[in-house]
Design a protein around this ligand. Structure first.
Ligand SMILES: [Cu+2]
Length: 142
């Protein structure tokens, strides 16, 4: 019984913040930017604010929001993302995404890319993003 309780605690702690179903598209030759999508979840009782993101494959990662302005798709830089307790924020094509710029390598289908999300509270989470095809529309299932 004691062991069950411990395992439960460990899991609860680890899953305060989650970035699930993380994916991005393969990059065509010569393209040095890519957008990462996924589901960001705050399971904690505290507000968490995403303030920056880093990755092992890109010089810079920014939070962007795509908006449709009279038929013109534009990407706006977003300073921070506030996640209230229990909030779920979907990063998906046509909306919020993490923009990788200055890619140091082209990304091929089946690869994985690591991103680290930094929160104002000091919490950090790592996510492993799966690279889909160039025309991928949602999370590439295996
Ligand atoms: Cu963007």
């Amino acid at each position: 019984m004691l062991m069950c309780v411990c395992v439960f605690c460990a899991n609860t702690f680890a899953e305060d913040l989650e970035f699930n179903n993380t994916w991005l598209r393969a990059t065509p030759p010569g393209v040095s930017s890519a957008a990462i999508y996924g589901d960001l979840i705050n399971n904690s009782d505290d507000e968490e604010v995403l303030v920056s993101v880093t990755s092992n494959v890109a010089k810079r990662v920014m939070l962007h929001r795509t908006s449709d302005e009279r038929g013109m798709m534009r990407m706006m830089h977003v300073d921070k993302l506030i996640l209230t307790p229990g909030a779920q924020e979907s990063l998906s094509p046509g909306g919020l995404h993490l923009m990788l710029t200055g890619l140091q390598q082209s990304l091929t289908e089946g690869e994985r890319v690591t991103v680290k999300l930094h929160f104002q509270s000091g919490l950090e989470i790592d996510a492993s993003a799966r690279v889909g095809s160039i025309a991928q529309l949602d999370f590439p299932e295996e």
